[in-house]
Design a protein around this ligand. Structure first.
Ligand code: PEP
Ligand code: MG
Length: 585
């Protein structure tokens, strides 16, 4: 028995034999093309692309039938790759200049683009390499006339293991007989992770070679919650997995019963629990978990999905779709937050020495007025579809807020003049995620409708720790006295000005901090959808007075470690008491 550690990508537990997905690389015939045949070769390439495009469309129809329209749109990026001028131009240039066949020319063009994608620090772009490979193989097979390898699912219940799974392969495998997915590549944002969550199948990704090291038929136990895989588990490990699976189903069932219940403490304090989403596909999950609204729509992912800046119309359609599907629950649309680790070359951002202190968020948008206006206009227009709010990221002072608000006014006036439907009353708020915004929260609160605290950045800037650098990750300390004091100051300033204050950093998804956030006085907490039921349960169990008392004790601690130890002891004691009460009920 041995264990492997990967990234937990889709929750759930499974034990079963490994089913390996292997695929043969398509052939790359080495042919020299004579000068007189070059045009015919280019034509052959064009026809193969057309065939690949038709195949992708058929697959999208299948996905739409089986999983719904949102899942089908995952393959939009494949169509975009096929239509990308850069891939076309490079392939055609290689055929003309190097005199090689279309297979080699296209494969080399894809390799060049893959190098550029891998070079970015942006995980979303890196994930595109997988899509690119999928498209490359499809076109090569269309060129050589080879059948696309049917990646069939397992014939008996199995754990599907692969180096990586493309979205089309994951979809083709489906969920029949699939106990879990385990892959070498991938992150929580990779398409296999998104699809696995949609399919409700546990998944562990990012195993870095260990998934392909598994033998066909070998028994493995998969823990989609912790990302751990046990190879050839003994009877105790199998039993543990079975019990955890049962417990999880029981907890899920019990918590599912809370979906429509309010997040209200026993002494009557109400907190709105909202979901953070990156893509429209996540709306269903948010609703299923009882989200009362979307507290953070990271709009930059819509841009990352495109190889070009989405037009105002495309943005209106995407935002309005989310707003409509939230059926009367509000959606906070955060304007583009590129920069930092979200480098996006096609938007003109460049690599910087200190990217998190650089051209990011509102700074980038104010410097790119045309792009910014298109987004703000789209948000105003989409907001006609239902309740929405607009939020600016990375604000450091009143100048930025005022400049951004002026641009909003300009957009609103334009839309009114053009007679276009829009929401002229759209509430405008800001993320409080820079220490400077936190320090002058009282000034900012007078000029906006709400605050949402971004603890991912606020902690990084307050404690001077790069949030992407694993060497200093130990300094991510939400209970550091500097952080607690900062949060308290922001909440007090918001409440003194009579505006609501929410939190949308990852801290909101961690069950152990729920009582702290409640005690601090947040009006809203926005988190990953999967965390909603557990956080709601904590709120419903915890009197507000008790939570405030806990926060006062934590705030008096001199170090983050002391506060963390105190919180751990407090939670342990509450668990014991609850079990005691349940056992004696
Ligand atoms: C944050 O900084 O806490 C936040 C929610 O924004 P992001 O993680 O997108 O920077
Ligand atoms: Mg942030």
């Amino acid at each position: 028995m041995r264990t492997l550690q990967g990234i937990a990508a889709s929750p759930g537990y499974a034990v079963g034999p490994v089913f390996r997905v292997t695929r043969r690389a398509p052939a790359l015939p080495q042919r020299a093309i004579a000068a007189g045949d070059i045009d015919a070769e280019i034509d052959r390439f064009r026809r193969a692309v057309a065939r690949a495009r038709a195949e992708i469309r058929r697959l999208m129809e299948k996905l739409e039938r089986e999983l719904g329209p949102e899942e089908a749109r995952i393959l939009d990026s494949h169509l975009l790759i096929l239509e990308d001028e850069l891939t076309w131009d490079r392939t055609i240039e290689r055929i003309r200049v190097e005199g090689v066949g279309a297979e080699i020319a296209f494969s080399r063009a894809c390799a060049d683009i893959a190098v550029q994608l891998r070079d970015t620090r942006d995980t979303v772009f890196r994930e595109r390499v997988n899509d690119l490979r999928d498209v490359e193989e499809r076109v090569l097979r269309a060129l050589t006339g080879e059948e696309s390898p049917a990646v069939a699912g397992p014939a008996q219940p199995s754990v599907v293991a692969a180096a990586n799974l493309t979205p089309s392969e994951t979809a083709a495998i489906g969920r029949v007989n699939v106990l879990a997915f385990v892959t070498d590549d991938g992150t929580q944002t990779s398409h296999v992770a998104i699809l696995a969550r949609s399919l409700g199948v546990p998944a562990v990704v990012g195993l870095g070679g260990a998934a392909t090291g598994l033998d066909e038929g070998q028994i493995v136990a998969v823990d989609g919650m912790s990302g751990e895989i046990t190879v050839e588990p003994d009877a105790a490990a199998v039993e543990r997995c079975r019990v955890l699976g049962l417990q999880q189903r029981r907890v899920d069932l019990r918590l599912a019963g809370l979906r429509d219940a309010p997040a209200i403490t026993p002494d009557g304090r109400r907190v709105a629990l909202l979901a953070n989403i990156e893509l429209p596909v996540e709306v269903e999950e948010a609703l299923a978990r009882g989200a009362e609204g979307i507290g953070l729509l990271r709009t930059e992912y819509l841009y990352f999905q495109h190889h070009d800046i989405p037009s105002e119309e495309e943005q209106v359609a995407a935002y309005a779709d989310v707003i409509r599907r939230m059926a009367g629950r509000f959606v906070i649309l955060r304007t583009l937050d590129v920069g930092g680790d979200k480098v996006s070359r096609y938007l003109g951002a460049k690599r910087e020495y200190n990217p998190f202190l650089g051209w990011r968020g509102i700074r980038f948008c104010l410097a790119n007025r045309v792009l910014f206006k298109a987004q703000v206009r789209a948000i105003y227009r989409a907001a006609a579809a239902g309740p929405a709010k607009l939020m600016f990221p990375m604000v450091t002072g009143l100048d930025e807020l005022r400049a951004a608000r002026e641009l909003c006014e300009e957009c609103r006036d334009e839309l009114a003049r053009e007679g276009r439907e829009h929401d002229g009353e759209l509430p405008i708020g800001i993320m409080v995620e820079t220490p400077s915004a936190a320090v002058i929260a009282d000034l900012l609160a007078r000029e906006c409708a709400f605050f949402s605290v971004g603890t991912n950045d606020l902690i990084q800037y307050t404690l001077a720790m790069d949030r992407t650098n694993s060497r200093v990750s130990y300094l991510y300390q939400p209970l550091h006295p500097a952080v607690l004091r900062t949060l308290r100051g922001v909440i007090d300033a918001a409440h003194a000005a009579g505006i609501p204050v929410g939190l949308c950093g990852e801290m909101g998804s961690e069950t152990r901090y729920a009582e702290v956030l409640l005690g601090l006085g947040f009006d809203e907490i926005s988190m990953h959808s999967a965390a909603l039921p557990k956080i709601k349960q904590v709120i419903r169990w915890t009197p507000w007075a008790e939570a405030s008392e806990l926060v006062s004790r934590l705030a008096a601690m001199g170090t983050a470690d002391e506060a963390a130890a105190h919180l751990a002891g407090h939670i342990e004691q509450k668990k014991r008491l609850r079990h005691y009460r349940e056992d004696h009920a």
